[in-house]
Ligand binder design. Structure first.
Ligand code: ADP
Ligand code: TRP
Length: 330
């Protein structure tokens, strides 16, 4: 059976973008692939230096996967930090990664650009974890010989780098030591937009968390940015942030009905937002209930993660033994 693998950084409460970009496609793939899904806690450490926040967030990400339907009997769910072979492989990969490749990484370049704009030193706020982020991510993937990696579009470059590094190693030893992974990026949900119309991201503070109580969910939906068209005016659903989110939740039939109301005119943004809120609330309530239940029993989450981590680690240990031998170390 082919393998699917993906990770989510525990840097905040999981949101709608994470759900459509990573969790939902991941769960669908898990039906036909042997799936490896993990909490990328050492990736999060580059950003989060508050131990409680990091720990809480790790539980939230694990509970999000489980609440949305991950079956731990079929799918491995584990902590990156519980598979230390990842960091050994990362050291190996670093020896084959040109510094210039890391210089081109979007996440690093974005910080450099911000610094330049603010007239700061280009290295300001850049830790080595951020700089070498793509190497650690490549290790996560290559350690498990993943065939496919479901991610949002923002991760495409990281995947390309992982492929690049793996090919260099395979070429150097003239052997397929590392499986070349393939990104799975769904075009319909490659970029879920946030409240302000930009990509939904914890870094932009524009997210709709997945498991908000109904009242708070409604408040978030009411904050979605719209244009200043009047109630009477005919509106274009295709350029509207509310409609973009509605499309993710509603059936084709429901989408057509709302699109008609947009085009006919006579509908204000408040009504469109209420329609979106109601749809989201119906779809998300069962997940939210399951999530709240899981979060009230962290020992149960730990048990699932411990079991998943032990199994993942046994696979990783075998892979590393082969790799060390091939490289002549150890
Ligand atoms: P954030 O940008 O909020 O920090 P992460 O980087 O933790 O999110 O993303 C975890 C996963 O969710 C990745 O696979 C990423 O591609 C996906 N993802 C995050 N935001 C979005 C979005 N707005 N649209 C689609 N996928 C997303
Ligand atoms: N870099 C990913 C993100 O920011 C998270 C991640 C870490 C990941 N390791 C991975 C995703 C391996 C896929 C495969 O969202």
């Amino acid at each position: 059976m082919k393998r699917a693998l993906t990770g989510i950084k525990p840097t905040g409460i999981p949101h709608i973008g994470n759900y459509f970009g990573a969790i939902k496609p991941g769960l669908e793939l898990a039906e036909n692939y042997q799936a490896f899904y993990f909490i990328a806690d050492y990736h999060a450490l580059n950003q989060i230096k508050d131990s409680k926040q990091l720990k809480d967030s790790s539980y939230q990400v694990a509970a999000a996967w489980l609440a949305c339907g991950l079956d731990p009997k079929k799918t491995l769910i584990y902590r990156q930090s519980s598979v230390p072979e990842t960091f050994e492989l990362s050291t190996i990969l670093a020896a084959f990664t040109p510094k210039g490749l890391m210089n081109r990484a979007h996440a690093y370049k974005a910080v450099v650009a911000q610094n330049e704009e603010a007239g700061k030193n280009t290295d300001d706020g850049v830790n080595m974890g951020l700089f070498t982020y793509p190497i650690l991510m490549a290790a996560d993937i290559l350690l498990f010989d993943a065939d496919v990696v479901p991610v949002g579009k923002d991760q495409k470059q990281h995947l390309e780098m992982a492929i690049d590094i793996a090919q260099t190693i395979n070429y150097t030893y003239q052997k397929e030591l590392l499986k070349i992974p393939e990104p799975v990026i769904r075009t319909e949900t490659e970029t879920v937009i946030g409240l302000d119309g930009r990509k939904m991201s914890k870094s932009y503070n524009n997210v709709i968390p997945l498991f908000l109580p109904a009242g708070q969910l409604r408040k978030h939906v009411m904050r979605i940015v719209t244009n200043s068209q009047t109630v009477e005016e005919s509106k274009d659903p295709e350029t509207c942030n509310i409609f973009a989110l509605y499309k993710l939740f509603a059936s084709k039939h429901e989408q057509e009905a709302l699109a008609k109301m947009y085009r006919d005119g006579g509908m204000g943004w408040g009504v469109a937002k209420q329609t979106l809120f109601e749809k989201m609330d119906i779809e998300l309530t069962p997940y939210r209930n399951h999530y709240d239940e899981l979060m009230s029993d962290k020992a149960q989450i730990d048990k699932i993660l411990d079991e998943g981590s032990a199994l993942a680690r046994s696979i990783a240990v075998r892979k590393m033994a082969k790799l060390r031998k091939a490289l002549g170390v150890g």
